[in-house]
Design a protein around this ligand. Structure first.
Ligand code: SF4
Length: 380
């Protein structure tokens, strides 16, 4: 495959970018504290061909568990620092790369300039021979950036990534990669194309976040990856699917298949993802999932809403409070899971919290109301 001339970034024993093969990676959905389950899943991902395995770390117990995971797995490990960038120092001795989200970094310790927080992460990375991923997600772009580009999510994402690249460049740190993710393939294609044009030197990690349940989740991802990889864009990728834990490594199998198909010129997707139908987005889950019923709930939402297939509505199902509240804002109806209750939203408006047994009929009621309102509007 033709590849963009990105620079080489080493992550432990794996190198990304430049002439290195496009690496497929995945993320553990087990509780990081559960060392046995996390090691088992990391190994399953590695055996499936995953070059990097990401785990979430949210507190000291996760850090302790990570030490043991590192000892027991041969996988190259990446830690996802969402709201806990200060933990970078504690996790650094046990991993090869850290990922931070510029949007979350903005919210944390607001009085401190973002550039200072980036410098802290770079100092940690330098001190421990780590690489960094600047991971921008459409649902959590920092509010100042959003305000600068009203109504243009893609521009806000791209500018956020470029701003953080400038921080890295000013600090003189080159060992970083960038990702720009959204749940819609069109936005993923657009954001990555624009970014690659502006910064052809920076390796890109591709992903359609919250792509959801197979086969739709695979289709959305394939649409984006085929368009980007065939243009030489992408140095590593992750397929984010809502799958039960024993099947999590299938994300890697799907990623490798897409790569093989693109390399062989076998394109299966249509250029534009079908916007006229019901779109269910759901997160791939990770150790932050607040109730193990999440994957089952996502499957049931898909099953229950099958009758609404012809309606152009988006329903988002998210596993936790870290990304759930923000990443459901753009959906017509959003669910984000708490330990005992599921929070229901209509766009940004909260409709209350319901038990796992109550939520489906409540969701159906809202969905029916939305369909009725649209039908009335179109028959007027
Ligand atoms: Fe993990 Fe929460 Fe994101 Fe789902 S929404 S992948 S549980 S951080």
């Amino acid at each position: 495959m033709r590849r963009n001339p990105t620079r080489s970034v080493r992550i432990g024993a794996v190198s990304l970018g430049s002439v290195h093969p496009v690496a497929v990676q995945s993320m553990c959905a087990t509780r990081t504290e559960d060392v046995d389950a996390t090691v088992e899943q990391a190994e399953a991902i590695r055996r499936a061909g995953g070059a990097l395995v990401r785990v979430a770390v949210d507190g000291p117990k996760d850090v302790e568990a990570l030490k043991e995971v590192r000892r027991q797995t041969k996988a190259s490990l990446v830690v996802d620092l969402q709201e806990s960038y200060r933990l970078a120092e504690a996790v650094a001795p046990h991993v090869d790369k850290v990922r931070y989200n510029p949007g979350h970094l903005w919210h944390h310790e607001k009085a401190k300039p973002v550039r200072e927080k980036v410098r802290f992460l770079v100092d940690v990375a330098r001190g421990h021979d780590l690489a960094i991923r600047i991971g921008v997600n459409c649902g959590s772009v920092d509010p100042e950036m959003k305000a600068r580009f009203p109504g243009d999510d893609v521009a806000a994402m791209v500018e956020s990534a470029l701003e953080h690249c400038r921080f890295m460049d000013e600090i003189g740190f080159e060992r970083y990669v960038v990702s720009l993710k959204d749940s819609h393939p069109r936005k993923v294609i657009e954001a990555n194309r624009r970014f690659a044009e502006a910064r052809p030197d920076v390796p890109l990690h591709l992903g359609v976040t919250e792509a959801g349940i197979p086969p739709e989740g695979v289709i959305k991802t394939r649409v984006a990856f085929e368009q980007l990889l065939s243009r030489g864009i992408g140095d590593t990728l992750r397929v984010s699917l809502t799958l039960p834990n024993p099947r999590k490594h299938e994300e890697v199998t799907v990623g490798l298949q897409i790569l093989a198909d693109v390399a062989a010129g076998r394109f299966r997707s249509v250029p534009v993802f079908d916007d006229d139908k019901l779109n269910i987005i759901s997160c791939p889950s990770c150790s932050r999932v607040e109730n193990e019923r999440f994957v089952d709930l996502a499957l049931k939402v898909k099953e229950m809403t099958a009758y609404a297939e012809r309606h152009a509505l988006t329903i988002a199902v998210m596993g936790c409070r870290v990304n759930g509240p923000g990443e459901t804002d753009d959906a017509d109806l959003g669910l984000w899971c708490g330990p005992t209750h599921v929070n229901l939203k209509k766009k940004t408006e909260s409709l209350g919290a319901y038990t796992y047994d109550e939520i489906l009929p409540r969701l159906k009621k809202e969905l029916d109301a939305l369909i009725d309102a649209r039908t009335v509007a179109t028959t007027r």
